[in-house]
Write a protein that binds this ligand. Structure first.
Ligand code: C5P
Ligand code: MG
Length: 165
């Protein structure tokens, strides 16, 4: 059966004019985009933390400090790929990712397939192993007022039992 573990990830970024809205590596047309040191892909950051959490590997800021000019404007695919490599090196395999993006506008449902496919490709997972949900914040709080976007993710990983020697 192996050892199954789960990890949780969460992230928030401010929305601002003159920035791209990149979610799961996909550019979504929007008046406002996400502000941050990297490309500010809130979804990939939450998924990266979920992967790191499942393998007890710390958090994204430990691996990619936002004070480091190397990560200025970086594509967040690199963070996710790095986390995946680290957990693979510990003997784990990624089984499933479930994520939610909380954003008031624009509507994201027309981009669900593209974002999900992009996420699955980066994670090296078949589509059925990647779940993606969208929510508004019902006009309440900073997300609901359109000032920020949040993402949450849960990752499941497994380490196969070692054959007795
Ligand atoms: O937040 P709420 O429950 O009102 O969301 C209703 C539906 O709108 C959800 O099924 C979700 O997929 C979609 N949605 C979306 N883009 C958003 C927020 C929600 O497509 N930014
Ligand atoms: Mg972030």
């Amino acid at each position: 059966m192996g050892e199954y573990r789960t990890g949780i990830g969460w992230d928030v970024h401010r929305l601002a004019p003159g920035r791209a809205l990149i979610l799961g590596g996909v550019a979504v047309p929007s008046e406002l985009g996400l502000e941050g040191h990297s490309d500010a892909d809130v979804l990939l950051h939450a998924v990266t933390d979920a992967l790191l959490g499942a393998a007890s590997l710390g958090d994204i800021g430990m691996h990619f400090p936002d004070s480091d000019p190397r990560w200025s404007g970086a594509s967040s695919d690199r963070f996710l790929e790095h986390a995946l490599r680290l957990l693979t090196e510990k003997g784990y395999r990624l089984v499933h990712v479930d994520a939610t993006v909380i954003l008031e506008r624009p509507k994201l449902k027309d981009y669900r397939a593209a974002i999900r496919e992009s996420l699955a490709a980066t994670l090296g997972l078949e589509l059925d192993r990647v779940s993606l949900k969208f929510k508004t914040a019902e006009k309440v709080g900073p997300v609901g007022e359109g000032r920020s976007a949040e993402a949450q993710a849960v990752a499941t990983i497994v380490r196969p039992e070692r054959e007795p020697s």
